[in-house]
Ligand binder design. Structure first.
Ligand code: ASP
Length: 275
């Protein structure tokens, strides 16, 4: 394996670099930078880490598709000058960003490693030190593609989700053999457009007028169904689906379950989705 000595670190924010305030944790400047310096002295290798701090640093709860565009743009612009990319990011939407970057970066031929932490680097017992150290190691070992390094595991970026809100082992990914990258001859960026997407879950007894509203006012709807793709037989939901079809907007049925996907039409309950 060739050694990748030039590492680009894009710091976006998140708990890993946060500091306490009277209103709760908030991103602080210089925290991740200082930790990288400390780790560099400990390692004693010849990795050079070029740190770019995105301005403003954010709690990833505030991330939008515009932030994905910006991050992908930074990677495309700077990829020629580095061998691997490390991204420090808040954990709440880290898995969304890793999926988005996988789709945005066609022809990615370097590893992009996302990490963060559940406890800030400056606090006792922070998992950030191990995660940062492991993520730096992953820049050397990972295949080209988008990965999440967290709690000792290297996970495929587009397959992962946050599964725990407080424990250090906060991420899991569906098993897959597929490389976490979008094939292409040259690196090029696909932009996310400004669209109004609604994510609507069904639940027993829920008011389907919420679904109707989404079908009427969004540019596309992700309908989170039960199991293999069932939904309640409900005239309001059906009318909403008809309206979406009339408006020509896509409605994507996904399953609330963690694995297995959907098989629309397997049950009569949910046949309306096929119609
Ligand atoms: N709210 C934080 C964020 O997503 C949580 C974290 O980083 O662990 O930025």
């Amino acid at each position: 394996m060739t050694e990748r000595t030039r590492i680009l670190l894009l710091h976006t924010g998140g708990t890993i670099g946060m500091v306490p305030t009277t209103r709760g944790l908030t991103p602080g400047a210089g925290v991740v930078e200082a930790a990288i310096g400390t780790l560099g002295k400990d390692r004693g290798d010849d990795l050079s880490v070029d740190i770019v701090r995105l301005d403003p640093l954010i709690d990833s709860a505030n991330a939008t598709p515009a932030d994905w565009n910006r991050l992908a743009g930074e990677i495309v612009a700077r990829a020629g000058g580095c061998d691997a990319i490390l991204i420090t990011h808040g954990t709440d939407t880290l898995a969304f960003t890793s999926s988005a970057l996988t789709m945005a970066l066609e022809g990615l031929d370097k590893p992009v490693i996302l990490t963060g932490s559940m406890i800030p680097l400056g606090q006792q017992g922070s998992d950030g030190w191990d995660n940062l150290r492991d993520a730096l190691a992953a820049t050397q070992s990972a295949e080209p593609g988008v990965w999440i390094q967290f709690a000792g595991k290297l996970l495929r970026g587009p397959r992962a989700r946050k599964i725990h809100s407080s424990a250090p082992d906060a991420f899991a990914a569906m098993l897959s053999d597929r490389p976490p990258r979008r094939e292409g001859a040259v690196l090029r960026q696909h932009l996310f457009e400004k669209t109004r997407i609604a994510v609507v879950p069904v639940a027993p007894g829920c008011d389907m007028r919420v679904v109707s509203f989404a079908m009427e006012h969004s540019d596309g709807v992700i309908l989170r169904c039960y199991g293999s793709g069932t939904v309640p037989d409900d005239p309001v939901l059906e009318a909403g689906l008809v309206r979406a079809a009339d408006r020509g907007i896509p409605v994507v049925a996904v399953s609330e379950t963690l694995a297995g996907g959907t098989a629309l039409g397997h049950y009569a309950a949910g046949a309306v989705l096929l119609d």
